[in-house]
Write a new protein. Structure first.
Length: 305
């Protein structure tokens, strides 16, 4: 009887192992812990940040390991927008996704600072601009790319990412923690008015003047900007108490819009932002100018409806 029970138990174990093999995945890693092999959608990636760790070419036979001294990151701000760093530069991009893991990055706009080390900047930018497929788990993000135009120097490959960790090894350090930043996270604000010396000028044709904030919780972030027919982005930095904001490295396209004076006024104000506060349950954002004038100057933004 014992021998029969032993054989029955052994048969069950064998069937379980065979079942896992037929599913095409090994549920255990080297440490004996279950792996997370769930394929994540872009919606599940919103709010996550990743660091490029390698680039695979020639169907995975050639692998370039990214040194820790260089930083190439990707953060999913929404299902339609991403941002990241290419060493000392930051960038923003639009995302489009489709069936069977299709992904496309477009309208990639980056700051143009000269970084001390930039070994794989062109490779990273090339991979994103030619991306066509992605797959992601909690432990790894893979973005494959195929060149849209034949190139002698560049070929198809895969960008391989790992979850971003800061210098202390904390993976959650980039989440927005401060209550001052949460109301603006991922919202699109439209220019409503300028206030000078207590006199408010409500703008009736300002729907094409927008700014979208993506703070990262560490006192920094990025912002996407639309100034009439021009688009771009900027680096975002907050004061220690998170009561002031400053935009730097503002990069915009240079199209000659019909409302050129309004474009200049909007962008000039963004270059000199200071104290900010919310009202109307976070749907109104008022930003004061840092310029010293004879009277108070501020800009009022409202969430786009």
């Amino acid at each position: 009887m014992k021998r029969i029970l032993f054989l029955f138990a052994f048969l069950l174990i064998g069937l379980s192992i065979q079942s896992c093999r037929e599913m095409g995945s090994d549920p255990w890693d080297k440490d004996g812990n279950p792996k997370d092999t769930t394929n994540l959608s872009v919606a599940k990636l919103v709010g996550t940040k990743w660091r490029l760790v390698s680039i695979e070419r020639n169907k995975g036979l050639d692998r370039i390991t990214i040194p820790s001294s260089e930083s190439y990151t990707l953060q999913f701000n929404s299902t339609a927008n991403a941002s990241g760093e290419i060493n000392c530069n930051s960038f923003g991009a639009d995302i489009k996704t489709g069936a069977n893991g299709y992904i496309n990055f477009s309208n990639i706009i980056s700051t143009l600072a000269a970084c001390f080390i930039d070994t794989y900047a062109n490779d990273y930018y090339y991979g994103l601009t030619n991306a066509n497929l992605f797959s992601a788990t909690a432990n790894e993000l893979r973005i494959s790319y195929i060149p849209t135009l034949p190139s002698i120097n560049m070929s198809s490959g895969t960008l391989v990412f790992a979850p971003y960790k800061d210098q202390n090894g904390d993976g959650d350090s980039e989440k927005v923690e401060d209550l001052r930043l949460k109301p603006m996270q991922g919202k699109t604000y439209t220019l409503y008015s300028f206030v000078n010396a207590g006199i408010e000028e409500v703008l009736t044709n300002a729907m094409n003047y927008k700014i979208e904030f993506f703070p990262n919780g560490a006192g920094k972030g990025v912002a996407n900007i639309q100034a009439d027919c021009n688009k771009g982005n900027a680096d975002l930095m907050f004061s220690k108490n998170f009561d002031e904001m400053h935009l730097s490295n503002i990069v915009l396209t240079e199209i000659d819009c019909q409302t050129k004076p309004a474009v200049y006024q909007f962008v000039d104000f963004l270059r000199n932002t200071a104290y900010f506060e919310y009202s109307d349950n976070g749907n109104t954002l008022t930003i004061w100018s840092s310029l010293t004038t004879f009277a108070e100057s501020k800009m009022v933004l409202k969430v786009a409806q």
